[in-house]
Design a protein around this ligand. Structure first.
Ligand code: ADP
Length: 253
């Protein structure tokens, strides 16, 4: 099977990073990127030096969720390194900032691209690198987990039935699993709380696997509006309810 061509040693580009946090999900569209980006900006808001690596080469969301002035990565031709772009002090690398549109490539090529973007970037001194993982638990994800020295992992899931099985897979993949975020768990309308996908799967998962932290993120139109606007909600509304949830998550990682 295809494997990323990571060397056996920690790549030089990652040696100046204190904490590497993976945000993962077993399916697409559950809010993984939303959590990764808001978590990163929350950590930055707490005073940390932060970078985001969008490893989702097939569907990079970072270029939609943040709006850096410079939307293309620069190269350092002498050192053959990549210089991240930046928005509000957070360093950003995504395939979506290479100017090549969406990837149409086979697994080995994707692995190569992830390898190159992650390891030849001049991240500089960072307190946290947040990795927005590709969805799923396939070979690319597994190898990323094995090669990158993760200090924490967060799994994002939605409360549907399958989520439980998905989380079980994710739990096996990460030894440093710190939290599960149950996204889109409820919404409030007319003074009532609705649970459109049912209740209880989150706490079941947490009990079953002994996961230290469970966070519930409600369905909130503002989260998606901000997500599409290029300004993460925690940046736009740092005192809001969502920002509070992400601060609690930030403390866990
Ligand atoms: P993934 O990275 O898992 O594919 P995204 O973070 O891109 O998922 O989210 C998918 C879509 O759902 C985006 O349009 C996002 O803005 C929206 N979304 C995510 N979480 C919420 C939420 N809690 N409430 C409302 N919209 C959300």
């Amino acid at each position: 099977p295809a494997r990323p061509r990571f060397g056996s040693q920690l790549p030089a580009g990652l040696q100046t990073i204190s904490n590497i946090v993976a945000v993962s999900s077993c399916k697409g569209g559950v809010g993984k990127s939303t959590v990764a980006v808001n978590l990163a900006y929350t950590l930055a808001g707490m005073g940390a030096r932060v970078g985001i690596f969008d490893a989702d080469v097939y569907g990079p969301s970072l270029p939609t969720m943040v709006s850096p002035e410079n939307r293309l990565l620069e190269m350092n031709p002498e050192k053959r390194t990549i210089i991240p772009t930046e928005y509000m002090g957070v360093k950003l690398v995504s395939f979506g900032f290479t100017g090549q549109g969406r990837a149409i490539m086979r697994g080995p090529m994707v692995s190569g691209v992830i390898d190159q973007l992650l390891t030849t970037t001049e991240w500089g001194e960072l307190d946290y690198l947040v990795i927005d993982m590709p969805p799923g638990t396939g070979d690319i994800q597994l190898t990323l987990c094995q090669v990158v020295p993760l200090t924490a992992a967060v799994i994002v899931t939605t409360p549907q039935k399958l989520a439980f099985i998905d989380v079980a897979k994710g739990v096996r993949m990460f030894s440093k699993l710190k939290a599960v975020v149950e996204n889109m768990c409820h919404f409030d309308a007319d003074g009532k709380r609705y649970y459109p996908f049912g209740r209880g799967s989150g706490s079941q998962v947490v009990q079953e696997f002994g996961i230290p932290n469970l966070f519930e993120l409600p369905i909130r139109p503002t989260l998606s509006v901000y997500g599409d606007s290029g300004v993460p909600e925690v940046v736009a509304d740092p005192q809001g309810e969502v920002a509070g949830t992400f601060q609690d998550l930030g403390v866990c990682v």
